[in-house]
Design a protein around this ligand. Structure first.
Ligand SMILES: Nc1nc2c(c(=O)[nH]1)N[C@H]1C(S)=C(S)[C@@H](COP(=O)(O)OP(=O)(O)OC[C@H]3O[C@@H](n4cnc5c(=O)[nH]c(N)nc54)[C@H](O)[C@@H]3O)O[C@H]1N2
Ligand SMILES: Nc1nc2c(c(=O)[nH]1)N[C@H]1C(S)=C(S)[C@@H](COP(=O)(O)OP(=O)(O)OC[C@H]3O[C@@H](n4cnc5c(=O)[nH]c(N)nc54)[C@H](O)[C@@H]3O)O[C@H]1N2
Ligand code: SF4
Ligand SMILES: [Mo]
Length: 878
């Protein structure tokens, strides 16, 4: 491949290798790197669409102070001077950094070194607190270090894969596809443990839809069962572990009999027995866990409940066996390596006097922090209380992603000095900043990331730096220099930083710290091939039963089942679970503007069981207002049997840029796990009621959609091919459409139609044959079909039939309506797939693939295609 740059995907922790190759039109072709051992050439829908995220629209390109463009010198002086002033007056703990698993390791290392080594406070925490903190704490309790023992191949070599609180199909799609193929080849059994039915259940031999939070009880029950079934590895327990007896007793107390476990988990006895039996009889078992485990007020205990069962059977770090915490962000692991968490110092060292002394000498740090700093939720509460007076946020959007966003916004709004480094100009967090610093984004920046299997890969830049944007490490080092520490931050390149980081990992390390990459310190950084740590090429750890604890043994941790911190009540009768959808990344700053990623699910929604919907007076496709003790949200209703009664689900992605009230963390309580500090993002008691619009509308414009205006209490925005789409609704009198429309595109001729009897308006503006904008408004909740209208913007010339249809508001019979996008890789919509299933009698995913290409690239839509074959077939038969 001539001119191809090998880099790594900036989204999930699978860490797929990507190649960027210049095309003849001056753009870049993005493809999977066939040589990268994480993905061997595969990419999911988000990775495949990376080429569509390279535009500069919406980018933050210049430093801003108080909204005014300034030079880099002035911006950096301001940041250094303001931080210096607060530190001089109030001490180092009055300032803080809040950073992110989306920084590269080099950026992260420099931020951590500045705060902990030189400013002298450990008030640097990361969004990994919301993500991996419980796994980190659970690993440290059990293994003595934050280590994921396994490797992706273990999922392929296992005979049983248990997925706990992980929607792998949507959140780690390429790893999921590896599992799918292994299952096809060797018949791997798959158990999914998740309160809701997810796309991942498509390959489940067993789906345990347990009660939210019941994981500790389920795994305590498993440990007790393993004892009864004679399935414990007594030899391993005796030789390689401590604390079994107490742990086994605690588990037995919780899980005194199987009926109690079944009742407590809300599961049938038979299904629990089936799972326990499989686990007992299958040596090659991997348990993958993710946010359904971590994001809980008992997240650390959940992790240890799982690890206990693996220790009890001696299944740790051996081929096809082990507990496997999959990381979310591209560099969640790298952050843990450098010490980005407030309770870690650096290079997997904590705050013992010996470690503080060692790191202090290595850094030649004048005033190194000696104790842990504030964890994310506490940090923002300290900002609100005014004890932290200056904060620098990097590569994260806390005004959306932290629980109780009203409080987070209040904290930032009231804070004396807020600096935000981001690539994007307008986010809910940049809106609250005093200083905005433009950072290089993916494709521009250079450094390393570590994926879920401890594999360090290079991210390489292939684009020129846009505007005045700079690498995060450079920005931090410049501020450090201005605060008087130029010598310690005199890095010329990411390679310099990586070398120092690698050296620190090996510094006075006689093998007691597993994280040791000293061997990488002097390699050719630019040519670095993906390598698993420690020492390049260690696929598995702990297979010999030796752990990085004082006596070399792993620890069983006795854990007890406890219900989630908030319980439902008459006022808030439903348990709100939150998480991800297939094609959006977090707060949508990168994926929200890509049409084919917005076509799958285009509005913030709440998924609810039919019985609960009926009880709350909610209809599928209608709108709902959700309330909790913290705040409210307004969401589209999806009625589905995938949700258990009493539980609802909403995505975490929407925010003030894309919706009026779609931000779900407005509802979520800031309750944290006492050990890890990770918030309980998966369980909040809420109430739902219908939102009954007096009017509904949509506005489609070729250019960026205009502000929805105050009359629209509900609105949400998506980007489609050639246009931006606003869906709107209000409970008061409808806005003056004529005035609104006139303000939009006064100069163009078009179609204006007002049905006075029904109160409906249809308005469209044309530039010759090209549709520029249209606005449909009707009284009440219902609106005409909108997908075909959106489709009209994909072309530059309007057909005569479409012109007529615009006026009548009726879909012309011959319009090939694509419908909601199901296959994002090949842009194939629901309507087209449904028609093909019916017209061509397609009965398998393979046949759909052959006819339409849907499902033939990343495979993420296959669960949905299968469902469609069944649904469409049934409807047709009925
Ligand atoms: N498409 C997409 N992929 C992503 C991301 C993204 O934004 N979009 N983000 C990345 C990041 S940072 C992360 S952390 C990962 C997260 O990846 P996942 O953890 O797989 O994703 P989530 O949807 O947050 O939650 C997983 C599941 O936990 C379930 N759950 C809720 N409560 C419980 C419970 O009490 N017990 C159990 N057993 N399960 C429960 C939820 O129903 C949900 O299906 O995804 C990564 N990949
Ligand atoms: N209710 C609920 N809340 C959740 C979760 C949940 O499941 N439910 N999940 C939690 C989890 S696991 C996570 S990881 C968080 C994620 O939450 P966030 O970290 O807040 O989400 P992102 O949208 O990824 O924010 C990253 C920001 O960094 C910017 N950025 C991207 N690259 C760079 C860069 O190189 N440099 C700089 N300076 N900026 C950059 C982006 O434009 C964006 O504004 O959300 C958490 N919040
Ligand atoms: S699975 Fe998808 S999002 Fe995750 S790293 Fe691979 S291509 Fe990127
Ligand atoms: Mo995450």
């Amino acid at each position: 491949m001539t001119g191809a740059v090998r880099t790594t995907c900036p989204y999930c922790g699978v860490g797929c290798g990507v190649t960027a190759t210049p095309d003849t039109a001056g753009g870049w072709t993005i493809a999977g790197d066939v040589e990268h051992p994480a993905n061997f050439g595969r990419l999911c829908s988000k990775g495949s669409a990376l080429g569509e995220t390279l535009g500069l629209e919406g980018r933050l390109l210049h430093p801003l102070v108080a909204g005014q463009r300034v030079s880099w010198g002035a911006a950096l002086d301001t940041v250094a001077a303001r931080f210096r002033a607060v530190i001089d007056q109030h001490g180092p703990d009055a300032v803080a950094f809040y950073v992110s698993g989306q920084l590269l390791t080099e950026d992260y290392y420099v931020a951590n070194k500045l705060m902990k080594g030189f400013i002298g406070s450990a008030n640097i925490d990361t969004n990994s607190r919301l993500c991996m903190a419980s796994s980190v704490a659970g690993h440290r309790r059990a293994f003595g270090g934050d280590v994921v023992p396994g490797t992706y191949e273990d999922l392929e070599q296992a005979d049983l894969v248990v997925l706990v609180g992980s929607n792998l199909a949507w959140c780690h799609p390429v790893l999921y596809q590896r599992l799918v193929r292994a299952k096809e080849e060797r018949g791997t059994r798959v158990v999914v443990i998740d309160p809701r039915r997810t796309a991942t259940c498509d390959i489940a031999d067993l789906h345990l839809a347990l009660k939210p939070g019941a994981d500790v009880l389920l795994f305590n029950g498993l440990l007790a069962y393993l004892g009864r079934a004679g399935a414990l590895d007594q030899d391993y327990i005796a030789r390689h572990t401590n604390g079994f007896a107490d742990t086994f007793l605690a588990a037995g107390d919780d899980a005194c009999d199987m009926d109690a476990v079944a009742a407590g988990c809300g599961l049938g006895l038979g299904e629990i027995q089936e799972f326990y039996g499989w686990f007992a009889e299958t040596a090659a078992t991997v348990t993958v866990y993710s946010q359904g485990v971590n994001q809980s007020s008992r997240g650390t205990d959940k992790v240890n409940a799982i690890v206990n069962c693996h220790l009890a059977t001696g299944r740790v770090g051996k081929p096809g066996m082990g507990p496997f915490s999959v990381t979310g962000q591209p560099n969640a692991m790298g952050g843990r390596e450098v010490g980005g968490l407030a309770n870690q110092l650096a290079a997997h060292m904590g705050f013992t006097p010996e470690e503080v002394d060692r790191v202090g000498r290595f850094w030649r740090a004048p005033s190194i922090a000696r104790r842990e700093g504030l964890k994310a939720v506490d940090l923002f509460q300290a900002i609100e209380a005014g004890t932290v007076k200056a904060v620098w946020v990097m590569a994260t959007n806390p005004a959306v992603s932290l629980p109780d966003t009203a409080r987070v916004s209040r904290a930032l709004a009231g804070c004396d000095f807020v600096v935000v480094s981001d690539c994007v100009r307008e986010t809910d967090t940049t809106a609250l900043a005093d200083v905005l610093l433009p950072a290089l984004g993916w494709g521009e920046k250079d450094g390393t990331v570590t994926n879920s299997e401890r594999r360090i890969s290079r991210q390489r830049g292939f684009l020129p730096p846009p505007g005045e944007a700079k690498p995060d490490w450079w920005i931090i080092a410049q501020v450090a220099a201005r605060m008087g520490w130029g010598d310690a931050f005199a890095y010329q390149s990411p390679a310099d930083i990586f070398r120092e980081h690698a050296d620190l990992s090996g510094f006075e390390n006689q093998g007691e710290r597993v994280f040791d990459i000293a061997a990488l310190a002097n390699i050719d950084y630019d040519a670095l091939e993906p390598a698993q740590w420690p020492a390049p090429g260690t696929a598995r750890l702990f297979g010999d039963g030796r752990f990085p604890t004082a006596d070399g043994r792993a620890a069983f941790v006795p854990v007890r089942a406890v219900a989630p911190a908030t319980s439902t009540s008459a006022e808030y009768p439903l348990a709100l679970n939150t998480g991800r959808i297939r094609d959006q990344w977090h707060t949508m700053t990168r994926t929200g503007g890509v049409p084919r990623l917005s076509g799958h699910i285009g509005e913030p929604f709440v998924a609810i069981n039919p019985a609960d919907a009926a009880a709350s007076g909610l209809a599928d496709g209608g709108l709902a207002v959700a309330r909790s003790a913290q705040g409210r949200a307004a969401l589209r209703v999806r009625v589905t049997e995938d949700q258990a009664p009493g539980e609802v689900f909403a995505p975490m992605h929407w925010n003030r840029r894309f919706s009026a009230e779609g931000a779900i963390n407005a509802l979520v309580a800031p309750i944290t796990d006492a050990v890890s500090g990770q918030p309980e993002l998966k369980h909040t008691a809420i109430g739902l009621e219908p939102f009954e619009p007096a009017w509904s509308a949509f506005l489609i414009t070729r250019n960026a959609a205009p502000d929805p205006g105050p009359a629209s209490e509900y609105w949400s925005r998506i980007t489609a091919a050639g246009c931006s789409v606003l869906t709107l609704a209000g409970t008061a009198a409808p806005p003056d459409v004529a005035a609104w429309a006139e303000a939009l595109l006064p100069q163009l001729p078009g179609i204006d139609y007002h049905d006075a009897r029904r109160g409906a308006h249809r308005w469209a503006r044309l530039d010759d044959d090209r549709l520029e904008a249209c606005l449909f408004l009707s009284l009440g909740p219902a609106l005409p079909a909108r997908d075909w209208l959106v489709g009209l913007f994909a072309s530059d010339a309007l057909a005569a039939a479409a012109r007529g249809a615009l006026l009548s508001g009726r879909v012309p019979a011959e319009t090939p309506d694509e419908g909601r996008i199901v296959c994002a890789c090949h842009n194939v919509g629901l309507a087209r797939i449904t028609r093909a299933i019916l017209d061509q009698g397609l009965t398998s995913v393979a046949l759909i693939g052959a006819a339409l290409k849907a499902g033939t690239n990343c495979g993420s839509c296959i669960p949905e295609l299968k469902e469609l074959i069944v649904d469409v077939g049934c409807d047709h038969a009925a």
